[in-house]
Design a protein around this ligand. Structure first.
Ligand code: NAP
Length: 533
């Protein structure tokens, strides 16, 4: 039960917490502690070890770019790295920069209170210790809170059940088993083909049909590996200078203004290439429904071509939202999996799940006997990872109260009433709409610079102003409504996947490049919108 005094407490040791530690400790010489509930570094990749889990951003973009040495020393093996390789990478980073001495593993922060009498944060751990820190920095990710839907009867189920985001480290043996997967988002779409390879029988319960683009994953060629090493600065600058943080630009051409035969050829080429570049084929896909329809129809046609049974194809292509209005998955043999004899697709939009029984899942028109249920049902995203920390700001204001109508955050970085607390990739920042390491590096570097400036000028406190926060939120809303993204009614971007959660479009759609400039301009303008004292 000790009290541990530090300059900065960082919560979480994934991509963001590790880099934040490095910056504050080695650049600013602060005394920094990181508290991590997992047993190793890795963040999202520590928990998401489900079959087929791999990154949807290409490996040469999905890495840190702050150190050329690091980039030259590390070598990815595949175009889209799997979860184990990403953990190896993060462990390599932890070793190279000697990060572990500052990280306390297997420990959770259970509450954090701002003590205005001393201007410090008091954060309690589940081990009974208290950290006293001037700065509290959350590096908890956007998707670290698994959403297991409250389906009646789950407790009575006699088989095993798992959520993909809390996957057992020893793995799950599906051989010969009757397996049910609920959920066909990015996770389900990755897991379903791999589970189908070993399961006795796999039943997929689909509520909302989804688009998916082939990943075309492959080992990296020697030529490409050399290209990446030789073009470190160029690749870094592309990822930092564009809207989505990827190592390619969104093409500056309109789908609607492109002649149909040329547009078709472009879609065909990008479909063959695989990955997120398909989404970047035209600049109006996310802003104009008619333009979006051209991509949607192309994908639906491709899906139908892959599926042998027209009734199954009907269920898989009954899609209710524009392409990429939900985070678009990429896949390896996803649709082809439904041609297997051991796979059944169940349309729970039309025959909903009524309950889970001792034996399996009961829908309104049948009962499915199962040995294992896999919930690929996503996350209580963006807000729950922060709310679960039980944070109280000035005057005992709980974050849950401050955010009862949805997250209120200036630039996704600071909440008014919560001084000296920074939220890396918080709601209201581009975060999940970008390639995450790029958004993370930008936030970490901004926070580091901000703290350095406070130290240099002798400020004790920084806090987002109410007015700047209100203006920013209005801007976030306007930006979202200029896109088609709010049209996806069941999207987790809107909080719509969790019953009772306020419906607010949470990530910032204005693009990483614009956002970065905005953050830089605010620094130049003496931290406009922040109150410093
Ligand atoms: P998700 O996109 O929220 O998808 C959850 C799925 O579960 C949806 O199909 C949803 O149906 C279904 N579902 C949820 N609650 C349900 C219920 N009560 N009954 C029936 N079905 C239910 O979650 P996710 O697939 O885990 O992906 C979340 C995010 O994680 C992604 O968007 C992406 O940002 C990230 N991710 C990244 C990678 C990567 O880069 N490697 C891989 C996986 C995930 P509805 O659509 O009808 O709600």
């Amino acid at each position: 039960m000790s009290v541990i005094q530090v300059d900065a407490l960082v919560i979480g040791a994934g991509f963001s917490g590790m880099y934040q530690l490095l910056c504050l400790r080695d650049k600013l010489n602060l005394n920094v502690a990181v508290v991590e509930r997992g047993a190793e570094v890795g963040g999202t990749w520590y928990w998401n070890r489900y079959p087929g889990a791999r990154c949807d951003s290409e490996s040469h973009a999905y890495q840190y770019y702050f150190s050329e040495d690091l980039a030259k020393e590390w070598q990815w093996t595949e175009r889209f790295p799997d979860h184990a390789e990403i953990r190896r990478y993060l462990n390599f980073v932890a070793d190279k920069f000697n990060l572990r001495p500052n990280i306390r593993f297997n420990t959770e922060i259970v509450s954090a209170k701002y003590d205005s009498t001393q201007d410090v944060w008091q954060a309690k751990t589940d081990q009974g210790d208290t950290y006293q820190a001037k700065y509290l920095i959350t590096a908890v990710g956007c998707l670290s809170t698994a959403n297991v839907p409250k389906i009646e009867g789950l407790d009575s189920f006699k088989g095993q059940w798992y959520h993909t985001g809390q996957w057992p480290h020893e793995g799950v043996d599906f051989r010969g088993k009757r397996v049910g997967v609920i959920g066909t988002g990015s996770t389900g779409i990755q897991a379903i083909p791999v589970i189908a390879e070993t399961a006795g029988h796999l039943t997929v319960f689909q509520r909302t049909a989804n688009y998916s683009i082939p990943a075309k994953n492959a080992p990296l060629t020697e030529e490409f590996k050399k290209y990446v090493k030789d073009h470190f600065e160029e690749i870094r600058d592309i990822t930092r200078g564009n809207t989505n943080g990827q190592a390619f630009y969104i093409k500056d051409r309109s789908a609607l203004e492109t002649p149909p035969d040329v547009r078709q050829r472009i879609y065909e080429e990008l479909w063959e290439k695989g990955g997120f570049q398909f989404r970047a084929s035209f600049n109006d896909l996310l802003s104009n429904k008619e333009a979006n329809d051209t991509a949607a129809q192309f994908i639906i046609h491709k899906i139908r071509q892959k599926i042998k049974d027209p009734a199954v194809a009907d269920i898989l292509t009954d899609i209710d939202h524009p392409f990429a209005a939900k985070r678009p998955p990429i896949d390896t043999n996803y649709f082809e999996t439904y041609n297997r004899d051991n796979v059944t697709l169940v349309d729970i939009r039309h025959a909903p799940i009524e309950r889970i029984t001792e034996r399996g899942i009961k829908t309104s028109d049948a009962e499915y006997d199962l040995d294992i249920i896999v919930f690929a049902t996503g996350f209580d995203a963006m807000t729950r990872p922060l709310l679960r920390l039980n944070i109280e700001g000035e005057n005992g204001l709980p974050l849950a109260e401050a955010w009862k109508a949805g997250p209120r955050n200036y630039l996704g970085l600071q909440v008014p009433g919560f001084p000296n607390m920074f939220t890396i990739t918080g709601p209201g920042s581009p975060s999940v709409l970008t390639n995450m390491p790029v958004a993370i590096e930008q936030h970490v570097e901004w926070i580091t610079q901000c703290i350095a400036d406070m130290q240099a000028k002798g400020f004790k406190k920084i806090e987002a102003s109410e007015e700047a926060t209100a203006n920013w939120l209005e801007h976030v809303n306007i930006a979202a409504n200029k896109t088609l993204l709010p049209l996806a009614k069941h999207s987790w971007y809107l909080g719509a996947n969790v019953p009772g959660k306020p419906r607010v479009f949470m990530p910032y759609t204005g693009g990483m490049a614009f956002y970065r400039k905005e953050c830089e301009a605010i620094v130049k303008d003496s931290y406009a919108g922040f109150l410093r004292s």
